[in-house]
Design a protein around this ligand. Structure first.
Ligand SMILES: Nc1ncnc2c1ncn2[C@@H]1O[C@H](COP(=O)(O)OP(=O)(O)OP(=O)(O)O)[C@@H](O)[C@H]1O
Ligand SMILES: [Mg+2]
Length: 244
């Protein structure tokens, strides 16, 4: 449909109902903004939505498109257009050395070994990490491994990078450093977080609550309402809100 293709990110009436459990309900999102935050409490469906947008799981109903490509039917385009950075780098890393890890995505895109090696060298040089090339990944710290994952994603030059709580477990200087790197990227970011501070300066924030879009708009309004609601829930003694 021509209408969807005008948006870089397009979710149309997405439902995700594994084994009859309503995890995501009727999510429609059409976005062209460069900095998009997705905010919500634990268990609200953020990671599930990220996985659907990256084509890692399939919606029960509805469809997701990135740059006009259906994420389920056009795997090649999705690989090219979308990168995803998970909270825990160890869920992402599969190879023993930095070079192999970064090269993998490039060879998946169809690059020759030689061109992949060039791409690896270029991204390492960009971050001043040329000396990491042969480093054993398990000897790097968590923050360093997270940077390897980011470099792997960037090497593939995606149009959209989905970040799923990328700073959890990182110290303040590492977080500040990675945030600066991300802020400076000429790419669309979809940043998933439960922390309003991470997305306050963004162009748009979508608030997920129990698998539905509760609010969507400019951060000033959405985050004010989100924070008021979170405080109200936190002030109460009822623990039944903790899902699961
Ligand atoms: N395949 C599945 N079958 C059943 N329930 C699922 C499935 N996948 C996710 N869920 C449930 O959907 C809810 C949303 O999970 P999700 O991981 O997307 O939340 P989240 O917003 O990322 O939470 P957090 O902030 O804790 O990371 C959870 O209650 C989870 O248990
Ligand atoms: Mg999550």
């Amino acid at each position: 449909m021509a209408l969807n293709q005008t948006y870089l990110i397009s979710l149309e009436a997405v439902h995700y109902v594994p084994d009859g459990v309503d995890v995501l309900t009727d999510i429609t999102l059409r976005a062209d903004e460069r900095r998009i935050g997705i905010i919500g409490r634990n268990g609200s469906g953020k990671t599930t939505l990220a996985r659907i947008m990256a084509g890692l799981i399939e919606a029960t109903e509805g469809r997701a498109r990135i740059a006009g490509a259906d994420v389920v039917n056009d795997r090649k385009a999705v690989l090219r257009h979308v990168g995803i950075l998970f909270q825990n780098p160890d869920h992402q890393i599969i190879f023993p050395t930095v070079e192999e890890e970064i090269a993998f995505g490039l060879t998946q895109l169809g690059l020759s070994k030689k061109d992949a090696a060039k791409g690896v060298a270029a991204v390492l040089a960009r971050f001043g990490k040329g000396h990491w090339s042969d480093a054993a990944i398990h000897q790097l710290s968590q923050g360093q491994r997270q940077l390897v994952c980011l470099m792997s994603v960037l090497a593939m030059q995606p149009k959209v990078i989905i970040l799923d709580e990328p700073f959890a477990g990182l110290d303040i200087p590492t977080t500040m450093h990675l945030r600066r790197v991300l802020d400076g990227l000429d790419v669309t970011l979809v940043h998933i977080t439960h922390d309003p501070e991470m997305v306050r300066e963004y162009d748009r924030v979508v608030w997920l609550e129990r698998g539905r879009v509760e609010d969507d708009g400019h951060p000033a309004g959405v985050l004010t309402r989100f924070e008021a609601r979170m405080k109200q829930i936190g002030d109460g003694d009822d623990l039944s809100h903790i899902s699961g």
